[in-house]
Design a protein around this ligand. Structure first.
Ligand SMILES: Cc1cc2nc3c(=O)[nH]c(=O)nc-3n(C[C@H](O)[C@H](O)[C@H](O)COP(=O)(O)O)c2cc1C
Length: 166
């Protein structure tokens, strides 16, 4: 049974950080000792029995900070259970959109064949056109703001992790 976990995340606009915070809070309620840090700040995974890695999809790719994290911590990640979540769907929120995001994530992770997460999930994302960088705003301005993060689904997933870490 793991005692300690690191929840680490990449984000551009903050919605993935809020999901990571909810995951961390649920893991603590399950009795784990949990730290939370952005991937860029993580120097070592020493002292953690398990890791949760979360990052959003952008332009069909997983956030570059998450890809760098995988490359940088390859050895340590291969030695402990890791659960992955990705944020993506923000438009129709239907099954096809989730499936599309899942295929994008699978394609990205195929570049890291040594990486075998104990679980992998896609959560709905948050889309806020007003906050976007100018270059994105230009071609996404017709899409309405949305927040498809389902907090109950997120907490249920987090609550299922300690058993998967075993
Ligand atoms: C410019 C832009 C491009 C995006 N591209 C994708 C994509 O290719 N696939 C996907 O599933 N989600 C995509 N998304 C949705 C994001 O993953 C979602 O908005 C997420 O919540 C952003 O996370 P953050 O707030 O932590 O940066 C995109 C969002 C934006 C704003």
């Amino acid at each position: 049974m793991p005692d300690s976990a690191l929840v680490t995340y990449a984000t551009s606009y903050g919605s993935t950080r809020e999901v990571a915070e909810a995951v961390a809070a649920t893991l603590r309620e399950s009795g784990l000792s949990v730290d939370i840090q952005p991937v860029r700040k993580v120097r070592t995974l020493k002292g953690y029995d398990a890791v949760v890695l979360g990052a959003p999809l952008y332009m069909f790719r997983w956030h570059k900070d998450a890809r760098r994290f995988l490359a940088r911590h390859r050895k340590a990640l291969a030695e402990r259970p890791v659960a992955v979540f990705a944020l993506g769907p923000f438009y129709t929120g239907d099954e096809a959109e989730y499936q599309g995001s899942r295929e994008q994530l699978d394609k990205e992770l195929a570049e890291f064949p040594w990486f075998t997460p104990v679980d992998l999930v896609i959560f709905g994302g948050k889309f806020e056109p007003a906050n976007l960088h100018f270059s994105y705003r230009m071609f996404m301005k017709e899409i309405p703001a949305s927040d498809l993060r389902d907090w109950e689904t997120i907490r249920d997933w987090a609550a299922s992790l300690p058993a998967k870490f075993r």
